[in-house]
Write a protein that binds this ligand. Structure first.
Ligand code: HEM
Length: 350
């Protein structure tokens, strides 16, 4: 091989290898030799917490989603406000809304005792989401691991990237496309609303003054409308809670989708999946209604795909010793976003 051909060969080999080096290499057995009890520790903490707080699995699935949509799954959502950190916890979609930060800290403390300095907070979020699905009766999957924790948070990006419940179907599609997620991912991941609660302030516009019409949202079932008006009086506290899934609020199943057929989606963004008459989306919803196994398979695949967004691996980032602050910074230990006990006392079921 002459030198010209050799250098051409080298360029081809290096360029050909680049995507593999830059693509995240996560692996379910990442901690097999360094923290073999990882899964059982996370499971034990979550099982205990769920006994007294059956909403917690929902809150942890959402926490992973809100982490991944803002500069990737790097545990940025866990960082508290400091002079250097622009905490995401007070971004509009998170403020007085995200839950489970204390549970993540409890898991981290247990893990630091069992295998110090090994497991990232970003991986704790991914694993907690999967075990939460399992505990609620949902799909089970092997979670690819090996994420590392970031050094920063970005409140502005949290406000921009986390979808608002008032988004139209086209806006939802583009919010997911911005993260490399397609319409099947959008429909499957929205199915997480098969469990958990929402506060009145996120859907009250549908009850009294939808799109400034002075009337309720015409795509909201009238029986549900009446119940919701009881739970969320006009001008009342926006913090009252109700179930996202009208029929089976704490069970992970496909009823979320069949509720939509009766116009029983709680958030506008839920009902949009059917009411916007986007034929591709409607077809996916109908497939999930008729085949729960198909929904579960797609939910698993989409959670794994979401869990790969912008991950830090190898020598990038760090393994935080405390999830709420970057290493070497002990300030800002106050967690701002959770007012869990006050919210829980106001749950209203229909
Ligand atoms: C499609 C766009 C989405 C919008 C507009 C949206 C919006 C919301 C809103 C407004 C709440 C209520 C929060 C509160 O009242 O404090 C909520 C709750 C929840 N969301 Fe979403 N969400 C979306 C997608 C997702 C995705 C992709 C997941 C997970 C894969 C998810 C999981 C959850 C869960 C489990 C809850 C209940 C949390 C709890 O009870 O603590 N959501 N969502």
């Amino acid at each position: 091989m002459n030198s010209l051909r050799l250098s051409f060969f080298c360029v081809v080999v290096v360029l050909g290898a680049l995507p593999y080096f830059s693509y995240a290499q996560l692996d379910p057995s990442f901690y097999a030799s360094t923290c073999s009890n990882l899964s059982s520790i996370v499971r034990e903490v979550l099982t205990n917490v769920s006994l007294s707080d059956p909403r917690m699995p929902a809150s942890l699935i959402r926490l992973h989603f809100h982490d991944c949509f803002v500069q990737g799954c790097d545990a940025s959502i866990l960082l508290n406000q400091t002079d250097e950190i622009d905490s995401e916890q007070t971004a509009f979609p998170n403020d007085n809304s995200i839950r489970g930060l204390d549970v993540v800290n409890e898991i981290k403390t247990r893990l630091e005792n069992a295998c110090p300095g090994i497991v990232s907070c970003a991986d704790i979020l991914a694993l907690a989401a999967e075990i939460s699905s399992e505990l609620a009766g949902g799909p089970v999957w092997e979670v690819p691991l090996g994420r590392r924790d970031g050094f920063s948070a970005n409140q502005t990006l949290a406000n921009e990237n986390l979808p608002a419940p008032s988004l139209s179907i086209d806006q939802l599609i583009s919010a997911f496309a911005n993260q490399g997620l397609n319409i099947t991912d959008l429909v499957a991941l929205s199915g997480a609303h098969t469990i958990g609660r929402a506060q009145c302030r996120f859907f009250v516009d549908r009850l009294y003054n939808f799109s400034n019409t002075g009337n309720p949202d015409p795509t909201l079932n009238t029986t549900l409308l009446q119940s919701l008006q009881g739970i969320c009086p006009n001008g009342g506290p926006g913090t009252n809670l109700t179930n996202l899934d009208l029929t089976t609020p704490d069970t992970f199943d496909s009823n979320y989708y069949s509720n939509l057929q009766l116009q029983n989606g709680l958030l506008q963004s839920d009902q949009e999946l059917l009411s916007a008459n986007n034929t591709d989306i409607v077809a996916i919803v109908n497939n999930f209604i008729s085949n729960q196994t198909l929904f579960f398979e797609n939910f698993k695949a989409s959670m794994i795909k979401m869990g790969n967004i912008g991950v830090l691996t190898g020598s990038q980032g760090e393994i935080r010793s405390q999830c709420n602050s970057v290493n070497g910074n002990s300030s800002g230990l106050t967690t701002t976003a959770t007012k869990e006990s006050s919210q829980d006392s106001m749950v209203s079921s229909l």
